[in-house]
Design a protein around this ligand. Structure first.
Ligand code: GTP
Ligand code: MG
Length: 604
């Protein structure tokens, strides 16, 4: 058991891709080098399949590292703004945060968000100017901008006096001064020990902990993860959980889990400063207090960030249902979503009154919802989803809607078009800056509705070279109607296999989503029309055989490759009268009503 003064708890926070997980790899590898000499896989903490595939962290995860005679508990957090709720909760478990700033990019929108959260909680962040190996890194400039950000966010004098170091998580070194020799991560370990306060609770006081995150296990029920604030607890000990209404319930500890490096280890006993998962209270919720039966004390509840977006999950009632999916019925879908509701408290999953055939799932953003959809696909589910809707609120009779801050970096030549487009979508330009490399940075405050459908447009306009990130800011008064997708859909009039011949004849009418030999059905959307109305097309037509074959006709056709949507791109594309069929193998778009065509759409 470690004495509190030998324990350090910190969370690694930053904007997306600033290198949190990679830095943790290096810390992990080097504590092991100090001990065992073992290989650590790249971004080892992104252990979920979807995290590895997408190269982003989705769930916060914690581990314990051992450096000299210290135990350092570190929490890796997701940088994508859809998962900022994870970061918020995790901050309750730590005594400080390690704020990573990409030395080339400088502070970004999510840097501001995580820093403001940490400052609000009274934590004293330490700053790591990361990726200093990058050729265009400007660590001093990034440091100054970070300092300015502290000032802007109202940091106290103590917080402003932050300690910092330079690092490259990828190359595995940290230095206190920019010109110090680049050897290993030791300077960062030392900085953590120096700058992160030891946990303050007493070992002799009664056990006390708050559930900061929840995990779910089919056998054990919910497990509460948090930092032990005072005292200690052993397997088999009685404890009391107190829910948000102040209601106490008695339990016994059935299991205590901690982490060592990447592996979960069962612990017999844990004490103040340890971050552990405790099983035994299967109905526990986030924010509930866990305490000694003789010492009933309720910690202030944790408020979860409210969802801003909903999607309806429905059975796939299209003609291809069941071709690729194993689980296709409403019952299966309902059971699966019920299970998700038990395990995943950040999503809101509810029946829609009067709508037997759909279940509404609400979350913080498209990616937040896409993670569930993608997970279910992999489990063999086949279903349909609606276009996301924002969740409106009302305040004193005024309709409010969610707004985001969008941060955009593009070549200067594209900025005019983007300003025009986002203004149409009711965005207000709050920042416009062009640097010496001709890259323009734009910031817009824009209704979440206005960003829907913009991501695909942005990709096309910038030829895939721009950066677009956005994060929820607040609820503000409703901005009125926003124009829908300007282009109509190309809808298949027949069921069958696409032919190169017919696709070739149709490709100048719009952008096709299907290629030769793809299966299509009547009513399926096979392309985006270049005009504003829907167009019914036959993509299955065979070339009429004639007796006299003109030379090499068929072989000469040149087809533009079909546009294939990723899940998020499809979600971004569709309008309210359309839906997406999700199967383990395919993403198909179609009209909600299979025969509905030729209607101009307006988004409300
Ligand atoms: N040049 C350089 N690249 C780095 C460094 N650290 C990370 N990267 C690269 O930056 C990208 C993002 O790294 P991650 O460690 O996944 O970033 P993250 O902050 O964990 O990202 P999220 O969890 O999605 O917010 C990867 O391609 C890394 O290889 C570094 O020190 N130098
Ligand atoms: Mg990460």
């Amino acid at each position: 058991m470690y004495k509190p003064e030998k324990i350090r708890n910190a969370a690694i926070v930053a904007h997306i891709d600033h290198g949190k997980t990679t830095l943790l790899d290096s810390l992990l590898a080097q504590t092991k080098v100090f001990r065992e000499n073992e290989e650590v896989p790249t971004r080892a903490f992104d252990s979920f399949e979807l995290e590895r595939e997408r190269g982003i962290t989705i769930f916060a995860k914690h581990t314990s590292l051992y450096f000299e005679d210290y135990k350092i508990n570190l929490i890796d957090t997701p940088g994508h703004s859809d998962f900022s709720g994870e970061v918020e909760r995790v901050l309750g478990m730590v005594n400080s945060v390690i704020l990573l700033v990409d030395a080339q990019e400088g502070p970004m929108p999510q840097t501001r968000y995580v820093l403001s959260q940490a400052l609000k909680m009274g934590l004293r962040p330490l700053v790591v100017l990361n990726k200093i190996d990058r050729p265009h890194a400007k660590p001093e400039e990034a440091l100054n901008k970070t300092f300015d950000l502290f000032v802007e966010l109202g940091a106290t004098d103590e917080q402003l006096d932050f300690t910092y170091c330079y690092a490259s998580g990828l190359s595995g070194f940290a230095t206190r001064k920019i010109d110090d020799p680049r050897v290993d991560m030791r300077p960062l370990f030392e900085l953590i020990i120096e700058a992160v306060p030891a946990p303050s609770g007493s070992l002799d006081a009664p056990f006390l902990m708050q559930a900061s995150t929840i995990s779910y296990n089919d056998f054990l029920g919910r497990q509460a993860t948090g930092r032990i604030l005072q005292g200690s607890i052993k397997k088999g000990d009685p404890f009391v959980s107190i829910n948000k209404d102040g209601h106490p319930a008695h339990h016994k500890v059935t299991k205590i889990d901690g982490y060592k490096g990447l592996t979960k280890i069962e612990m017999i006993e844990a004490s103040v400063g340890d971050i552990v998962s405790i099983s035994g209270a299967p109905e526990i919720m986030i924010g509930d207090t866990l305490t000694h039966p003789n010492h009933i004390e309720q910690l202030p509840p944790i408020t979860l960030s409210e969802p801003t977006l909903s999607i309806d999950f429905m059975v796939n009632n299209g003609p291809f249902v069941g071709r690729e999916g194993k689980h296709v019925t409403m019952n299966k879908l309902r059971d699966r979503l019920q299970k998700e509701r038990r395990a995943n408290i950040s999503l809101k999953i509810e029946d829609v009154p009067g709508k037997e055939d759909s279940i509404q799932v609400s979350g913080r953003g498209e990616l937040h919802l896409a993670v569930l959809i993608e997970t279910m696909r992999r489990e063999g589910f086949e279903f349909a989803i609606s276009k996301p809707r924002v969740i409106f609120k009302e305040n004193e009779g005024q309709k409010l809607e969610p707004f985001e801050m969008a941060h955009i970096e593009v070549k200067e030549e594209f900025s005019g078009g983007i300003i025009e487009e986002l203004s149409k979508r009711k965005g207000d330009l709050v920042l416009l800056e062009t640097n010496e490399h001709g890259i323009t940075t734009l910031q817009f405050r824009i209704p979440t509705r206005g960003l829907m459908g913009f991501r695909n447009e942005f990709l096309t306009r910038t030829k895939g070279e721009g950066i677009l990130t956005s994060m929820f800011e607040s609820y503000l008064p409703f901005k009125g109607e926003i124009p829908a997708r300007p282009n109509g859909a190309m809808i298949s009039s027949a069921t069958g296999k696409c032919t190169g011949y017919s696709l070739f004849n149709l490709q100048d009418r719009g952008v096709l989503f299907v290629g030769p030999t793809d299966d299509v059905y009547e009513g399926m959307i096979v392309g985006e029309h270049s005009r504003d109305n829907d167009l019914v097309v036959n993509v299955t037509k065979e070339k009429q055989l004639t007796n006299v074959r003109s030379s090499g006709n068929d072989e000469n056709i040149v087809l533009t490759p079909a546009r294939r949507f990723s899940l998020e791109q499809a979600i971004d594309f569709i309008e309210a009268d359309e839906l997406i069929e999700i199967t383990p193998k395919s993403i198909r778009i179609r009209k909600r009503e299979l025969k509905e065509v030729d209607r101009k759409r307006k988004r409300v």
